[in-house]
Ligand binder design. Structure first.
Ligand code: B12
Length: 212
């Protein structure tokens, strides 16, 4: 499909304007927004990551690609958030302390909203105390954490510990994700669930709230 290919290329080359224009055009033509995300944008960011690894790309290029991805996602996000009146559950989501990556987290947040959850998005670089305070304040039943750096993964463990110390561990299910995260790591730090993709995060959130 021509639009998918050009969107893929626009994200790789960090051309936000073109990425947005193609997205607009594709959505107007009735292309499934999820198809744009899963078949053009996510593979494009994978390619950007690969180029970064081989030193073909550096941080400025990453930023441009991330910006292109965001400008396109701005158009897609509202379409993923079809909703009923009663939220299925309330999720506090954020990228953990020290970590500024938010593309995957934003996708997960949008898909959770689309799945009928009320989502409180704390953004990036979220301290454990902030997660805890928001769970209390908003009476949330899910905490969703994202980490993209091996150096920030331990902040997930620290956050779970802070939730325990605040006496809230029985009240919330903790879901984690991000490129370096594995099921094994989730088990190791006592998280309730892990998924390597956004639709998987929604399934997980539904199962975990149903089981509560
Ligand atoms: C874009 C990008 C950036 C952008 C981020 C822009 C932004 N607004 O997010 C910028 C340029 C800012 C950046 C900076 C850095 N980055 Co960077 N970045 C990337 C890159 C290329 C893509 C990440 C991405 O967006 N992927 C696309 C999304 C859709 O995928 P995702 O995040 O994995 O999310 C999916 C799943 O994981 C899952 N998921 C995500 N969160 C959650 C949460 C839950 C609860 C669940 C269930 C699921 C889930 O669902 C998502 C959707 O499918 C990756 C390479 C890569 N391939 O991952 C490097 C990468 C993550 N960065 C890396 C590095 C080293 C850095 C820097 C340290 C570089 C530097 N020297 O300054 C800084 C760190 C800044 C900081 N403190 O955070 C390394 C990390 C290495 C490591 N082992 O830790 C990577 C892997 C590149 C590499 N191969 O070296 N980066």
């Amino acid at each position: 499909m021509e639009d998918l290919k050009s969107l893929h290329e626009a994200v790789i080359s960090g051309d936000a304007k073109t990425a947005r224009t193609i997205t607009e055009k594709a959505l107007a033509a009735g292309i499934d927004p999820l198809k744009l995300v899963n078949e053009a944008m996510v593979p494009a960011m994978d390619e950007v990551g690969r180029r970064f690894e081989c030193n073909d790309y550096f941080v400025p290029e990453l930023l441009l690609s991330a910006r292109a991805m965001k400008s396109s996602l701005e158009l897609i996000r509202p379409l993923l958030t079809a909703r009923g009146d009663q939220p299925v559950g309330r999720v506090v989501i954020g990228t953990v302390k020290g970590d500024l990556h938010d593309i995957g987290k934003n996708l997960v947040a949008a898909m959770l909203e689309g799945g009928g959850f009320e989502v409180i998005d704390l953004g990036v670089n979220v301290a454990p105390e902030k997660f805890v305070a928001t769970v209390k304040e908003k009476n949330a039943n899910i905490v969703a954490m994202s980490a993209l750096l091996t150096t920030t993964m331990p902040a997930m463990k620290t956050t779970i510990e802070a939730i325990k110390e605040a006496g809230l561990r029985d009240k919330v299910k903790v879901l984690i994700g991000g490129a370096p995260i594995t099921q094994r790591y989730a088990d190791e730090i006592g998280a309730d669930g892990y998924s390597d993709n956004a639709p998987g995060a929604v399934g997980l959130a539904k199962r975990k709230t149903a089981a509560a």
